[in-house]
Design a protein around this ligand. Structure first.
Ligand code: PEP
Ligand code: MN
Length: 339
């Protein structure tokens, strides 16, 4: 912890702060500058009581208290300097191969799902996405097919060999969803639902954690920490846009989060350009940007007839556009040093 004292504090008052720092189990190192004094308090912030209360205890002496250690441990690169790789059936996410997860926002029926699965597989996707339990802003909108949707995803996997990612909305469904999913998606609205994160982690399946609508990167990393702290090291972070004042797009896709999270954490980073902008016409450019900035995978919404989709129609690309997109991404994936 770094404790900055206010200017012109007499030694007598400084000594009160140092005494309290020692009392709380830290060793103070005093650095006296021309204008003010800074104290470095050495000790393990994770096991000792926080020193942040010093600013409250001595409001006229202490100007600020700043932690030095990160609040997250297991997701941090310090804990695991190499990139983590996640095995999903025959695939490895976070390794040399760049993965594209693609499919409809919602599973709507057998022919819609199978048609999409066959087309995205042919275009080069390795993982099929599709929501069976849908987190809808309004209770009057399509809520997903539930278990029937999961069964259709399993059928599409049998017929195409694609692995399956689908969202877990409730702790009550953890076992059910894990029975069908190869990757469990935790949606933006539940990104800080810690009990749900623990339930997802305990299924033992890889977890894809979306960034919450208004979530700071530190909060996102800490939410991921819940998965690793519950004995599941197969975690990937998925940036899907955050809420800003901008109205041209549904969300603002924060591509800067890619190098930041890759620097802070060893976990793979996935980009969802579909929720990210809420506009099908921007998907291609955002995918290109994501590859250039170091993402490990994409999560793209694809529908055989976006105009008739039961959810998120304006942001889903057609089967034809997806095939073109994959063609255009191929050289970029190579330039980025991926397969
Ligand atoms: C989705 O993937 O369809 C979805 C609802 O995602 P998010 O949680 O990012 O809004
Ligand atoms: Mn969607």
């Amino acid at each position: 912890m770094i404790i900055v004292l206010k200017p012109g504090i007499p030694r007598r008052e400084e000594a009160l702060v140092l005494k309290e720092i020692r009392k709380l189990g830290y060793k103070p190192h005093v650095m006296r500058g021309v204008a003010r004094t800074v104290v470095g308090a050495i000790g393990d912030e994770l096991t000792h009581q926080s020193l942040e209360t010093l600013a409250m205890l001595f409001p006229n002496i202490v100007e600020s208290v700043t932690p030095v250690q990160k609040r997250y441990k297991l997701v941090s690169r310090e804990a695991h300097p190499q990139n983590s790789t996640i095995r999903v059936r025959d695939h490895v996410i976070g390794g040399k191969k760049f993965h594209v997860m693609a499919g409809p926002c919602s599973v709507e029926g057998e022919s819609q799902l199978l048609k999409t699965a066959v087309a995205v597989k042919k275009a080069g996707a390795t993982i099929l996405r599709g929501g069976a339990f849908k987190p809808r802003t309004s209770p009057y909108e399509f809520q997903g097919l539930g278990e029937r949707g999961l069964k259709l995803l399993a059928k599409a996997r049998r017929e195409t060999g694609l692995a399956v990612i689908t969202e877990l909305l409730s702790e009550n469904h953890a076992e059910l969803v894990a029975e069908y999913a190869d990757i469990i998606q935790i949606g933006a609205r539940n990104a800080q639902n810690f009990q749900l994160l623990i339930a997802a982690a305990r299924t033992g399946k890889p977890v894809l954690l979306k960034r919450g609508l208004s979530m700071k990167i530190e909060e996102w990393l800490l939410a991921g920490e819940y998965v690793l702290a519950n004995e599941n090291c197969n975690l990937m972070f998925c940036e899907r846009g955050i809420r800003t004042f901008e109205t041209y797009t549904r969300n603002t896709l924060d591509l800067a989060a890619i190098p930041i999270v890759k620097n802070e954490s060893h976990c793979p980073v996935v980009i969802d350009p579909s929720q990210g902008a809420g506009r099908a016409d921007l998907v291609k450019a955002l995918c290109k940007g994501a590859i250039a900035m170091g993402a490990d995978a994409l999560l793209v919404e694809v529908h055989p007839n976006p105009a008739e989709a039961w959810s998120d129609g304006v942001q889903q690309v057609s089967l034809e556009v997806f095939a073109q997109l994959m063609e255009e991404l191929r050289p970029l994936i190579q330039v980025a040093g991926r397969d």
